[in-house]
Write a protein that binds this ligand. Structure first.
Ligand code: ASP
Length: 582
């Protein structure tokens, strides 16, 4: 071994011992004829002290930042102690050293607060990974995976690997495909999730399955998405919704306690999809703060104010303690809702002044009595500011939901060290795709309706009202997981495919294996998948999932280090039977 200890290990009790350390040169500080070096490895930093004699050697055999060296020496007490690091009471008086490898000057400083931009750090990710902050993220990720495995193992779940080269299916997001050389003109797809395999494992009798597994989705990327990401994928047999929620609520609690010593609430609140949409304007409500959305249609219409009278929906929130907002702040908020991402034409405000009076941007149309009624409906207290938007239903709901989050940010109500989980249940089973004039599955086509709505599968006019036996785990306004109780009877699954506009031939072609499996004794089953990268980010109090992935892609889905995707040569294309049209 080129070391007796790591760079994070030595303390005062080691004083006097001869040791060997190996690591990377983090900093070099010269003071006349002596030199101090901070030597870094995964475990920490230890100060090396080069005295006069060695300094001569250093001049003929100089060290630089990020050189990898071995240093032999004696542990001595430091005269100038550093209480910022665990090894700060000691240093190594170096007697001998060797350079394993020199280093080019790194393109950015390997410090927590680096001068390297995102793209540069991704290009040199192996250097970025040397930074403490990034290493801590990966350590957290490992702790989450260990806790997950411990919990699931104790609960009798068994990890089973499922294939990556599978069949492309039309449902869900776009597939990444892989051309087959042996079957030219044919393609595998990379799995968007192991959904059908885990269901087939239930058919096979492996009644508690899990896998921490890569999933691949060829979607247009948003800041918090990666084309390949990791799920904690689980499935259970002989369960109903309650069993699944209880099991995974316990798992979430276990992970938070084990990894972060955080106690989650005893029972996670549950909210129907309808309540979530009504009160928060979206299906992943951030319940760290209240500020619920109120429908003002009945009160706001009929006052000869065309913006409200012509609107499908008039909707408002009461921002606590904001009645003193200045003209400038209100103008700025108005501009905020008018941005194309939000898409509102304007913003109406009502100030509920502390002296009991009201001041609004619609005083011309609304008298004090009416304003008071609106304030009461919004649950506004003296000192609050009511913000109202109006327009087309879907757009307005989305806008107010964004505005609510924005106000939550501005008021410091979205504290990342506070964790407020909840289950959202009773999602719609179908949504109508206007563009293609057909029904699509909100979750996926293997999700069953809630038992009371199974009958409605025979009546297209009821489709919009059918609720799915599906659930999402939401944490601080982020969906961390989702799942459902599955269809497990062949006839219902066939009905589902038909409802989605698939002919018998098509469903047999795409999902024949599943339909056939359902003929051989299928237990009732259900499961869930949690976004592993996202869970890690949330535990660390951030939203950037790529900080928790060792080798992530950039926002355009490129691996900056490998420079992938890339062209392949003609010979390879030919072997695969492919021709590029580019
Ligand atoms: N396979 C689903 C997904 O990836 C999760 C599930 O239904 O278990 O969203």
């Amino acid at each position: 071994m080129h070391r007796t200890h790591t760079c994070g290990e030595l303390r005062t009790e080691h004083i006097g011992q001869s040791v060997v350390l190996s690591g990377w040169v983090k900093t070099i500080r010269k003071f006349g004829s002596i030199t101090f070096i901070d030597l870094r490895d995964r475990y920490g930093i230890t100060q090396l002290y080069f005295n006069d004699a060695l300094n001569v050697l250093l001049e003929s055999n100089p060290l630089g930042r990020e050189f990898v060296i071995e240093a032999k020496g004696k542990v001595v007490e430091r005269s100038n102690k550093n209480n910022q690091i665990p090894t700060g009471d000691i240093e190594i008086e170096v007697l001998e050293y060797q350079i394993f490898n020199a280093s080019a000057v790194p393109p950015f400083t390997i410090e927590d607060d680096t001068d390297g931009g995102d793209e540069l750090r991704m290009k040199y990710r192996y250097l970025d990974l040397r930074r403490d902050v990034v290493r801590k993220n990966l350590e957290l990720r490992y702790a989450v995976s260990r806790a997950t495995r411990n919990f699931l193992d104790a609960a009798k779940f068994m990890e089973v690997e499922t294939p990556f080269l599978i069949k492309s299916t039309p449902e869900g997001a776009r597939d990444f495909v892989v051309p087959s050389r042996m079957h030219q003109g044919q393609f595998y797809a990379l799995p968007q999730s192991p959904q059908l395999f885990k269901q087939l494992l239930m058919v096979a009798g492996y009644d508690r399955y899990f896998q921490i597994v890569k999933c691949f989705r060829d979607e247009d990327l948003r800041a918090d998405r990666q084309p390949e990401f990791t799920q904690i994928d689980c499935e259970m047999s002989f369960v109903n919704q309650e069993d699944v929620l209880e099991t995974f609520e316990a798992m979430a609690k276990y992970i938070f306690k084990d990894v972060k010593n955080i106690d989650m609430p005893d029972a996670f609140p549950r909210m129907t999809w309808e309540e979530a949409m009504r009160d928060y304007g979206n299906d992943k409500p951030d319940i760290r703060f209240d500020m619920k959305i109120k429908n003002l249609n009945a009160l706001a219409k009929g006052q000869q104010f065309p913006v409200f009278d012509d609107a499908e929906l008039v909707i408002g929130i009461a921002a606590p303690g904001c009645s003193e907002y200045t003209r400038k702040q209100l103008d700025e908020l108005t501009e905020w809702v008018k941005r194309p991402q939000i898409g509102m034409k304007g913003l109406v405000y009502i100030k509920v002044n502390t002296d009991g009076t009201y001041k609004s941007s619609v005083d011309k149309f609304f008298d004090a009595e009416k304003l008071k009624e609106i304030a009461n409906t919004c649950g506004a207290q003296a000192g609050d500011l009511i913000l109202i938007v109006a327009g087309n239903e879907a757009l307005t709901r989305k806008a107010i939901s964004e505005l609510r989050l924005e106000m939550g940010n501005r008021l410091g109500l979205r504290d990342n060290s506070v964790f407020k989980p909840l289950w959202v249940i009773d999602f719609p089973l179908f949504e109508y795709d206007d563009e293609n004039a057909r029904w699509i599955a909100c979750h996926h086509p293997f999700t069953s309706p809630i038992p009371a709505h199974i009958e409605w599968m025979n009546d297209t006019s009821k489709y919009k009202d059918i609720r799915a036996n599906a659930y999402d785990l939401v944490l601080n306004g982020t969906e961390v997981g989702g799942g459902s109780i599955r269809i497990f009877q062949k006839s219902l699954q066939e009905k589902m495919f038909a409802a989605l506009g698939m002919s018998k031939e098509e469903s047999n072609l795409q999902f024949g294996f599943l339909l056939s499996a359902f003929e051989y004794g299928t237990p009732p089953h259900g499961g869930i998948a949690l976004g592993f990268d996202r869970l890690c980010a949330l535990l660390a109090g951030t939203e950037a999932i790529r900080d928790f992935i060792a080798f992530p892609k950039n926002n355009a889905g490129r691996d900056m280090m490998l420079d992938a995707p890339s062209h392949i040569d003609e010979k390879q294309m030919k072997e695969l039977g492919l021709k590029s049209v580019q």
